[in-house]
Design a protein around this ligand. Structure first.
Ligand code: DAH
Length: 347
């Protein structure tokens, strides 16, 4: 093996031994760099006679091209290996389970609201919606709850740092009852001069607020107001509407209903509505589910109607309580904690 063959063999071995691009560049310098072996050989040509210079020069150049080709081949091999390693590292395991997009579901109280609306809707009740920030007049005064009357303390109200046109603090409505007044006034205005006036049959579900917090009270909770005003409506009618509603809501005929005398400023007489199941875990226990009564003449006047002619009934119930009873939930706060372990059970 002549010296050039040896040099080529050495270069190939060195390049092969390089496992990184940096190693390879170092190896390259040993042959092709300023002080590299091939460069030294080329410098040595100067000392040779003319003819010898020509043949030797051609031989060295041929060797140099082979070294360069070997270098290029190794460069490519290293680049390929690196790409391969990268692809390996990034490879997808297509057998892994995919990332799931969670399925949402209606909140249990929203389900109850929808059921209430559907059942009352089927009995000819409209569904009305109204403001959660109320004036003093709608929340209290119009409902026969005059200023300084002790009945106002039945509700521990949140006030908003803003006053209405009468200079009274606005409040977060402590009940949905203001919607009776808002809806009835709008109805009376719409049918002014129409005789007889079409009946008012409306429910108004929504959020309500009180300074109250324990396992069965939350500062924000839900109510559903109801109002039924006609010229010939009686407690008997109200009872049949309630009985029908609760039997459909709880999906059982085996349910009793009673009125129990009570007091509300906006109704006279007033009654609490209790139900009892004939079977199941709550069998035989009277459960309070709503307040109700014949709308007080003062309130009917505030509707803009004549209490001698327009009588009827109002009621208010708690959708949160109904949801607890329907699903056997014993802590109201679970509805408002936003814990998916609880909520996803209702999907
Ligand atoms: N507003 C009452 C409350 O928050 C509930 C209520 C009772 C509403 C009797 C009524 C009613 O319309 O007639 O406790």
């Amino acid at each position: 093996m002549n010296d050039l063959d040896q040099l080529l063999a050495d270069a190939q071995a060195d390049f092969q031994a390089a496992t990184t691009p940096a190693d390879l560049e170092n190896a390259k310098a040993r042959y092709l760099g300023k002080a590299g072996r091939l460069t030294e050989l080329l410098k040595g040509l100067a000392a040779l006679p003319h003819e010898a210079k020509k043949t030797r020069g051609a031989q060295i150049n041929a060797a140099k091209q082979q070294v360069e080709a070997a270098l290029q081949a190794r460069r490519q091999a290293l680049a390929d290996a690196e790409l391969e390693a990268q692809l390996q590292a990034e490879s997808l395991d297509v057998t892994l389970p995919g990332r799931q997009r969670g399925t949402g579901g209606l909140h249990p109280v929203s389900r109850t609201m929808e059921r209430i609306e559907a059942i009352f809707g089927s009995m000819g009740f409209e569904v009305a919606d109204g403001p959660e920030i109320e004036t003093d007049w709608y929340s209290f005064t119009a409902l026969n709850n005059p200023e300084n009357h002790p009945a106002r303390s039945m509700q521990d109200t949140f006030y908003v740092d803003l006053k209405d046109a009468e200079g009274r603090w606005l409040n977060l409505r402590p009940h949905t009852s203001p919607m009776q007044v808002r809806h009835a006034r709008a109805h009376a205005a719409r049918y002014a001069g129409v005789d007889p006036m079409p009946e008012i049959r409306v429910i108004a579900p929504g959020r309500t607020y009180r300074v109250d917090s324990d396992a069965t009270h939350s500062p924000m909770f839900h109510q559903c107001e109801g109002l039924w005003i006609g010229e010939n409506v009686s407690f008997k009618d109200l009872k049949s509407v309630f009985l029908d509603f609760f039997r459909r809501f709880f999906e059982t005929e085996a349910l009793q209903l009673r009125f129990r005398p009570s007091f509300f400023p906006f109704t006279e007489p007033s009654a609490e509505v209790d139900i009892a199941f004939d079977s199941g875990p709550l069998k035989g226990r009277w459960l309070e589910v709503a307040g109700s009564g014949q709308v007080h003449p003062n309130v009917v006047r505030n509707f803009g109607l004549d209490p001698e002619r327009h009588i009827g009934f109002a009621f208010g119930m708690g959708p949160d309580r109904l949801t607890m009873l329907r699903y056997g939930v014993n802590d109201l706060r679970l509805f408002f904690d936003g814990d998916l372990r609880f909520l996803s059970q209702f999907r």
